[in-house]
Write a protein that binds this ligand. Sequence first.
Ligand code: ZN
Length: 236
Amino acid sequence: MESRILGRFARNLCTAMTQRLQRLLDNNRHWAQHEQERDPAYFSKLLGQQAPEFLWIGCSDSRVPANQITGLAPGEVFVHRNVGNLVVHTDLNCLAVIDFAVDLLHVKHVIVVGHHGCSGVRMALRRSAGGLAEHWLRHLQDVQGKHAALVDAVAGAEEKVNLLAELNVLEQASNVCESTIVREAWRQRADLTVSGWIYSLRDGLLIDLGFNVDGRTDLDSARSGSLALIRSRYGC
Ligand code: ZN
């Protein structure tokens, strides 16, 4: 009796899962058909070598899809995402993406994009992650420690999350600039900039945090300028 009930439960679960996944496959077919009708050469053009001008390093959060919020088509932006949009000097995954984008695809812009209401930032502030995530979010806590006076000066819990998300963009964009990959690229060419943006879930708008660095820019000055802008946004 019990095994029959369990069997039925497993079948229902399987059906529900198949239906959910089928929706994605159906959506994909409609999308491919729509693009094909809009431009019969759409997919044949994408078959050629990709040549995106942008590398987007953003958070894995499902509400911040790079192509959609920037209005870019497939082929126009190379994307790396992880929880908290972190650029860790020993993270071979992220470094390989930066290397591929800068050295092979010759992107012209690397953009680190954080977002307000970031769950990773919130968990880091609350020390509530646990498990492997706790090790990863330790990097965000390091950013918090580096800017402790500013984060402590802001009163509201959500304001703290948003401020730390912006400070984190500043630090991770700086890490991109300090990577050997970007330093070497700047020795060879001038047309590479590193920028830092924050995305607001509230209104869907991207905000330039004033961090725009190329090979001729003094990194410390760029950091000071961006930090002053972030501080002015929070009055701290
Ligand atoms: Zn996030």
